[in-house]
Design a protein around this ligand. Structure first.
Ligand code: TYD
Ligand code: MG
Length: 457
């Protein structure tokens, strides 16, 4: 070894906790087997300058607030999730599985911004300029001024940004960026942490908005990254089912807005298209008046989305009946079947049962219970619910139908889409404040137990 020992430390992959020796369990996040060894080079002053200056506390009442400056991306679904456009000087993390469409979404955002006369720099550590150009060609015209940079050395990127002074910068992806002086591989916890910190300083220092792409690992976190989530201003997750073409953009953290918003997109041959009416989209191709098909209403943030729940119940040919649940919780379905068996006396014990949330959505809301129960009963009895019915509500262990939140929005959405009957918890029905005209003639049926459900199916 030439110059002394190479120093290494251990980092927790989940939360970034640092330790001099390997630990089985992380003291920070209590996860097991998450420590990885990485080399560190203690930077000699250079990058991590801490200027200590004494600052006096100020009175809250005297703090000056100028409203943050925002730029609309002109992609409505994205603007909504961002809380009303891009905040100048903010650092936004866009996470998601590889191949879900993060680069496509951000490139389309760049397209709108450039067309609106903004200076945009798209930095890619994953694709060459040629590859980006080929993708851009599929997305349409970008005008003359869009800037591209294919680079992975963050110090060079920072230098370019300082020279070109763009208003919005995309870093695709954080896992490919590295700083020479750290000595560890790109994507390692130390690198991700340092490069993000450098980008944060850049965003705040120059008052530019930076979007950082982060891939999600198998464990479902952006690699290296709980740390990353803490550091940035806004975290958006882009998700969807590989086999389905819809995509959800969810706000997980937002220092400048609510995290309740969800943007819905569809991946087409020429890029992502906004879906402004997700309910209609989700119910496309639904069979009407078929046993086992029930429409429910789920909330995505503050947005009601109607979805179809399907059940198939049939006599089993096996010793152990088969049960599957696609798009919802398997154990919940088993539990609901037990409730039906015990409270309604319908003998499903020797039946195979399959539940599917059509469209590839995953829903873990209690409000789905009643629809699952209705679908199971409908399939078991081989009688269809009339096509114009919708139901939602939580089902308890003694067969009671319990109230759920945001019943009003759900009812209104069902009425808007022309449903004629809505089966809901009686408690919710009693509290609804919906005018006759808003209901559009839809009948509201409040029930207290799943026994009453049998009567109205
Ligand atoms: P991409 O944006 O590269 O995903 P990420 O950056 O999250 O890894 O999207 C990749 C997928 O999207 C790819 O499998 C092809 C598909 N796609 C389309 O279907 N239509 C399009 O117009 C584009 C650009 C991509
Ligand atoms: Mg990409």
């Amino acid at each position: 070894m030439a110059k002394g020992k190479n120093k290494t430390v251990f980092f927790c992959k989940e939360c970034g906790h640092e330790s001099a020796k390997w630990l089985g369990q992380c003291p920070g996040c209590k996860e097991w087997n998450t420590f990885v060894e990485e080399p560190v080079v203690k930077s000699s002053g250079g990058s991590v300058q801490r200027i200590r200056e004494r600052r006096e506390p100020v009175r809250l009442s005297e703090v000056n607030v100028t409203r943050e400056v925002r730029t609309l991306t002109q992609i409505g679904e994205l603007d909504r999730v961002l809380g009303g456009g891009i905040v100048t000087g903010s650092l936004v993390l866009v996470g998601g599985d590889p191949g879900i469409g993060k680069s496509t979404l951000l490139l389309q955002m760049c397209q709108k911004l450039v067309k609106g006369g903004r200076n945009v720099l798209y930095v890619s550590g994953e694709e060459s300029e040629k590859q980006i150009k080929m993708r851009a060609d599929r997305l349409g015209d970008f005008g003359q001024d869009m800037l591209l940079l294919s680079e992975t050395d963050l110090d060079l990127v920072v230098d370019t940004v300082q020279r070109m002074k763009p208003e919005v910068v995309i870093i695709d992806s954080i896992q490919t960026m590295y700083r020479e002086e750290l000595g560890s591989a790109p994507g390692s916890v130390g690198q991700v942490r340092e490069t993000t910190a450098a980008l944060m300083r850049l965003a705040k220092g120059m008052a530019i908005s930076i979007f950082v792409v982060g891939h999600v690992t198998k464990e479902g976190v952006v690699a290296g990254p709980r740390v990353l989530e803490h550091m940035v201003d806004t975290v958006l997750y882009f998700e969807g089912d590989g086999s389905a073409s819809y995509r959800f953009l969810r706000g997980v953290k937002n220092r400048f807005g609510s995290t309740n918003e969800v943007g819905v997109f569809e991946m087409r041959g020429d890029g992502l298209v906004e879906v402004s009416n997700p309910s209609e989209y989700m119910l496309q191709g639904r069979p009407e008046d078929e046993p086992g098909s029930v429409v429910a209403c789920s909330m995505e943030g503050t947005r009601p989305i109607l979805i179809e729940v399907q059940a198939l119940v049939c006599q089993t040919n096996f010793n152990m009946p088969r049960r599957t649940a696609a798009g919802t919780d398997y154990n919940r379905v088993n539990l609901l079947m037990a409730v039906i068996e015990k409270r309604l006396g319908l003998h499903m014990g020797d039946c195979d049962a399959y539940i599917n949330v059509a469209g590839g959505m995953r829903i873990h809301e209690p409000a789905l219970d009643l629809a699952i129960v209705a679908a199971l009963i409908s399939s078991y009895r081989n009688t269809a619910l009339s096509g114009g019915s919708i139901c939602f509500g939580e089902v308890g262990l003694v067969g009671e139908v319990r109230a759920i939140n945001m019943a009003e929005q759900r009812v209104l959405e069902a009425a808007k889409l022309g449903f004629k009957r809505c089966i809901l918890p009686e408690v919710n029905r009693g509290q609804l404040e919906i005018k006759e005209t808003q209901r559009k003639g839809m009948e509201l049926i409040g029930i207290q137990t799943i026994h009453e459900l049998l009567g109205v199916l």
